[in-house]
Design a protein around this ligand. Structure first.
Ligand code: ZN
Length: 363
């Protein structure tokens, strides 16, 4: 295993924050893998999974090249407010650290069109490698300005040199789930993560979509020129439970899913086993935010991972300003309008009106 330290951010006092990147050289020519964690600083279970993965790869060298960036945004990891880690947003701009990955602008879209026309007759393997360098150069040239933009572009350039990208996150108080592109529905099951949220390839700004988008555009441009090109890349946002939680014991289970995926992709020498889980799969439009119309102190009646029916009580919310003659008046019930699985809940029992208290994946 090789290691490189990359510069992440210079702080106001002049000191430099760096983050380690680990490289495993593959013994064969499988697809190259990129894995990162902690772009959102409070989301650390991916670090536990990576720690177990590195231990595994030291004993079992991979077939593919694997690049691992466990602490891709050290500034966010260090953002503490009291006991709490405030790692999702850049404090000076309010920007979400997972929304500013490389997105070709109009001019760059035209350059992709020109690239396709210039290289359409090349062998796919050569064309692929040229395209990786071409896109990385575009993203590198764009690596300036606001910090969220810079850190996202830096991670994108590391990722895009690979063929497969795993971006490890967690949600607030959450069941394990994953996001991926709709064309990857079948292979996404190999992780053994029961809750799967599918999106079409669009420019959303997160790494999972940003990683696939240029390949989709290349494919579209080549198709216009009557050249068939496969969409070989895979990209996932893996949500390993709840923020602020780090468990090596749970990571051993999470790792089995990651290894099974790597076995499917022939990146490691291991037998692939078909998942036996009962999956709960739906599209992003059916991943519903439930905002409370009531403000107050929330008693959660359901937990992440739990199936709920339409009409079921999700929470009881207490507001003392409504208490007049009996305690019933101070209590409001939040009722589910949908049947589905609760994936995520607000990690607090203190809620203003209009706050997202649950996310539910419809059945
Ligand atoms: Zn996240």
């Amino acid at each position: 295993m090789d290691r490189k330290e990359i510069h992440s951010r210079t702080l106001a006092n002049g000191q430099s924050l760096t983050s380690p990147v680990f490289f495993f050289k593959g013994s064969s020519t499988g697809p190259k893998i990129y894995i990162q964690a902690s772009m959102h600083g409070a989301e650390v279970q991916g670090n536990a999974v990576i720690f177990e993965l590195i231990k595994y790869l030291e004993k079992n060298p991979p077939l593919s090249d694997i690049t691992i960036a466990p602490l891709i945004n050290p500034y966010a990891t260090n953002l503490k407010l009291g006991e709490y880690s405030f790692g999702r947003f850049e404090p000076t701009s309010g920007r979400n650290y997972n929304r500013y990955y490389f997105k070709p602008n109009h001019e760059q879209e035209m350059m992709i069109e020109q690239f396709a026309s210039q290289h359409k007759n090349k062998e796919w393997s050569e064309l692929k490698s040229l395209f990786k360098s071409f896109i990385i150069n575009l993203a590198q040239a764009d690596q300036k300005g606001e910090y969220t933009h810079k850190i996202n572009h830096q991670a994108f350039c590391l990722a895009f040199a690979s063929d497969i990208c795993l971006d490890m996150h967690t949600a607030s108080h959450s069941a394990r789930h994953l996001y991926t592109q709709d064309y990857l529905e079948e292979e996404s099951k190999s992780f053994g993560i029961k809750n799967i949220i599918l999106s079409p390839v669009i420019k959303t700004g997160d790494l999972e979509g940003a990683f696939v988008y240029p390949w989709l555009r290349l494919q579209q441009e080549l198709q216009k020129l009557s050249v068939k090109a496969p969409l070989e890349c895979s990209s996932y946002t893996l949500e390993f439970g709840s923020q602020e939680r780090f468990s090596l014991e749970s990571a051993k289970e999470d790792l089995q899913g990651v290894l099974n995926f790597l076995a499917l992709k022939k990146a490691i020498d291991k037998n692939y086993s078909s998942p036996k889980e009962e999956f709960h799969i739906n599209t992003f439009e059916n991943y519903i935010s439930i905002y409370t119309p009531y403000a107050g102190l929330v008693d959660y009646k359901v937990s992440p991972g739990q199936k709920v029916m339409k009409g079921e009580v999700l929470a009881e919310i207490i507001n003392f300003h409504h208490l007049q003659t009996n305690t019933k008046e101070a209590s409001q019930l939040l009722i589910s309008e949908y049947e589905g699985v609760i994936i995520n809940a607000l990690d607090s029992s203190i809620a203003h009106e209009g706050v997202e208290v649950f996310r539910l994946l419809k059945s």
